[in-house]
Design a protein around this ligand. Structure first.
Ligand code: PLP
Length: 397
């Protein structure tokens, strides 16, 4: 059968693929410890589940407006005002079926063939394929590990061309956990001044920050930056709601109207029931978020110290999100039973085969010297899993 070039030009999400492979091995009876999944291991908080049950009982089960119910848009507006001092009205907010859906729709409405999208690396796996699906060109800008994996004004200036349409920023970042400070964002904004470039700010890990690091959005740098930034966020990560599929975008009304039009011809509204649950997530008690973030911080400290005890491995302590991204280049060129570990992909395959541990190769995020491990898992599994990794790395000759 013949398929469109569009679908042939992309790859399946590698993080979802790793999770599926680990599940398949488990089904065969193997005791696999998974550091692959990019989702909280906690259950959705009870008050949020109760709101969804109420929505079902009340018969809130019909189509809603394509871009989301006013109640949810108002909850998002109140959150933006309260958290960042940013004012958005209903025409500047669109609710989608997850933040990934918002990102996809935004790139579809903003970019086409000939357009360039700047993607700092290491990047979240889906950005590149989402850009390719729009026919646009991803311009991948590698950042320095020594500079905390952050885009600098110099790197940004070097990447911008007449064809640049969009810059994608993600802070705190998946996979590195790197988070930008206000001054760093202001310096990037200065490079963009007087250029027609839209910033898509993926703030999905905004609530998952440690050690008092204060979140700041590039949209809050100035009124001018607000007018050219679209904030993408959602309830998946902060509220352990990955399966509910609610994300949103907030930005200039014409962009939001275009996304809403696109949504009207593909998904229509996000699930009515999940929208009611998201209202409760944003307006109800935030206690569960604090509890989960504190648990993530303890696990971060545990995994960082355990990994750093492995000779040859270096793992900085990330500021946010729930991933570590250790440098494993020391192990490249070593071998096991005649097979050479050449790169992050072969190292991840070795760890799955020989240590029964699932990790994601850095190559999938545009940084081949690294592995990504999610620590959204129990302390016990972190301890056992890292011990297995240490033993397996020790067996390399
Ligand atoms: C998980 C994730 C998303 C997608 O979140 P959903 O709302 O579940 O679609 C977007 N961006 C980054 C960086 C993520 O890690």
């Amino acid at each position: 059968m013949k398929f469109a070039k569009r679908i042939q030009s992309i790859k399946p999400s590698p993080t979802l693929a790793i999770t599926m492979k680990a599940n398949a091995l488990r089904a065969q009876g193997r005791d696999i410890i998974g550091f692959g999944a990019g989702e909280p291991d906690f259950d959705t908080p009870e008050n949020i589940k109760a709101a969804a049950v109420r929505a079902i009982a009340d018969g809130f089960t019909k189509y809603t407006p394509v871009g989301g119910i006013d109640e949810l848009k108002d909850a998002i507006a109140a959150k933006m005002e309260g958290d960042h001092g940013l004012n958005y009205n209903r025409s500047q907010i669109v609710v989608s079926c997850g933040a990934k859906h918002s990102l996809y729709n935004l790139i579809q409405v903003l970019c086409e063939e000939g357009d360039e999208v700047i993607v700092p690396a290491p990047y979240w796996v889906s950005y590149v394929d989402i850009v390719v699906l729009a026919g646009a060109t991803p311009v991948i800008v590698p950042t320095e590990e020594a500079a905390g994996f952050k885009l600098t004004p110099e790197l940004l200036r070097g990447a911008v061309t007449d064809r640049t349409r969009v810059l994608i920023l993600n802070s705190p970042a998946n996979p590195t956990g790197a988070a930008y400070r206000r001054e760093e964002l202001a310096a990037l904004a200065a490079v963009l001044a007087s250029r027609e470039i839209t910033v898509i700010s993926d703030d999905i890990y905004e609530k998952i920050l440690y050690d008092g690091f204060e979140f700041f959005s590039i949209a809050a740098v100035s009124e001018e930056m607000k007018d050219r930034t679209v904030i993408v966020n959602g309830v998946s990560k902060a509220y352990a709601m990955t399966g509910w599929r609610i994300g949103y975008a907030a930005g200039p009304a014409p962009i939001v109207a275009a996304v809403t039009k696109l949504q009207s011809q593909n998904t229509s509204n996000p699930a009515s029931i999940a929208q009611k649950a998201a209202v409760e997530a944003l307006t109800g008690s935030q206690e569960a978020v604090r509890t989960m973030v504190e648990a993530f911080r303890e696990r971060r400290d545990l995994i960082v110290s355990a990994l750093n005890e492995i000779p040859g491995l270096a793992c900085p302590s990330p500021q946010g999100a729930f991933y570590v991204f250790p440098n494993v280049a020391e192990f490249f060129g070593r071998s096991f039973q005649g097979k050479i570990i050449a790169d992050s992909t072969s190292l991840a395959a070795y760890l799955l085969d020989e240590a029964d541990v699932a990790v994601v190769p850095g190559a999938d995020f545009g940084a081949d010297k690294h592995l990504r491990l999610s620590y959204a898992t129990s302390r016990e599994l972190i301890e056992t899993g890292v011990a297995r990794i240490a033993a397996a790395l020790g067996r390399l000759g």
